[in-house]
Design a protein around this ligand. Structure first.
Ligand SMILES: NC(=O)c1ccc[n+]([C@@H]2O[C@H](COP(=O)([O-])OP(=O)(O)OC[C@H]3O[C@@H](n4cnc5c(N)ncnc54)[C@H](O)[C@@H]3O)[C@@H](O)[C@H]2O)c1
Length: 273
């Protein structure tokens, strides 16, 4: 590695570049000299190398965008997402099924040394308790069959957010084992509460006391920029030995949970009501 973090002239794709973490990631990559290609279903105001109007719920629009970008792709940032206030199948399509499909198409354009970073969530922290069902789901290849599986397992998928974010984590870990043999790394992050346009949906769906619990011990929400920088690091040559990792970017919340130090009173029915 000659220059840190090494994005000069690199061709990268950012999904979800319209707002929040994806927009902050695209902005940072532009400042670092990358050739940034953006994907979103809302038009992006940044001066990108190219922008593609893609609805991640629509496999055909994903394929068209990847075909139009073409050439070599050095890094993919999967930042697009929908909150639990949307229809569960839409949440599954955007947060996991369409994201996986996009990744599989982009991988065909990636040389050895490339990398993929996806945004999961602390909302997916239950992933380790249901690996068998996620492994069953991951065996369902292809966009359409994964949608059918999700519709047929509404009792497991439920509101879609937690399951989709868990799926991103287990998929990242499982895929990393094989992809690295081609010299391609894949990792993901688990942000804590972050002040983006999506936050208003979380505030609508989640009691404030529970949201505040997730900012223990740092006692404030993250900025989108504080989420962008770790993603940019993960996909950089500086992280060349980092693979298959779930990186919590949560101010210490998950560590506090693991060591029993997070105050859980907000989860009691009286406080959370
Ligand atoms: N904000 C938080 O507190 C928080 C916490 C943990 C994880 N996350 C995750 O971070 C990621 C980024 O979210 P954010 O907080 O920046 O919110 P955001 O709403 O600002 O960004 C989401 C982006 O995804 C795009 N998008 C949504 N549906 C799409 C579709 N069908 N096709 C293409 N693009 C679509 C939106 O247009 C937007 O640009 C999401 O995956 C979200 O689940 C957010």
């Amino acid at each position: 590695m000659t220059k840190f973090p090494g994005y000069d002239g690199k061709r990268v794709i950012v999904s979800g570049c319209f707002s929040g973490m994806g927009e902050a990631t695209a902005r940072l990559l532009l400042a670092l000299g990358a050739e940034v290609h953006g994907i979103d279903y809302k038009d992006c105001a940044l001066s990108l190398a190219s922008f593609h109007n893609v609805d991640l719920r629509d496999r055909v629009s994903i394929d068209a965008a990847v075909g139009a970008i073409g050439g070599r792709v050095d890094a993919l940032f999967n930042c697009a997402g929908l909150p639990q206030t949307c229809a569960p199948l839409d949440v599954m399509k955007v947060n996991f099924i369409g994201t996986r499909h996009l990744t599989e198409q982009v991988i065909t354009l990636m040389p050895a040394g490339s990398a993929i970073a996806s945004i999961s969530s602390t909302g997916g922290l239950g992933w380790s308790r249901r690996i068998p069902v996620h492994k069953e789901f991951l065996q369902v290849a292809g966009f359409d069959d994964a949608v059918t599986w999700s519709a047929d397992h509404a009792d497991i998928v439920r509101e879609g957010y937690a399951f989709s974010k868990e799926a991103v984590i287990v998929w990242t870990m499982q895929t990393s084992f094989h992809l690295i043999k081609r010299g391609i790394r894949i990792n993901c992050t688990a942000p804590g509460p972050t002040q983006t346009p999506m936050m208003k949906d979380f505030e609508r769906a989640t009691p404030m006391a529970v949201l505040d619990m997730a900012t223990q011990p740092i006692n404030r929400r993250s900025t989108p920029e504080e989420q962008a920088a770790p993603l940019v690091f993960l996909n950089s040559p500086a992280a060349s030995y980092v693979n298959g990792v779930l990186l919590p970017v949560d101010g210490g919340f998950m560590s506090g949970m693991a060591t029993g130090q997070v105050e859980m009173a907000a989860l009691s029915p009286t406080k959370a009501a």
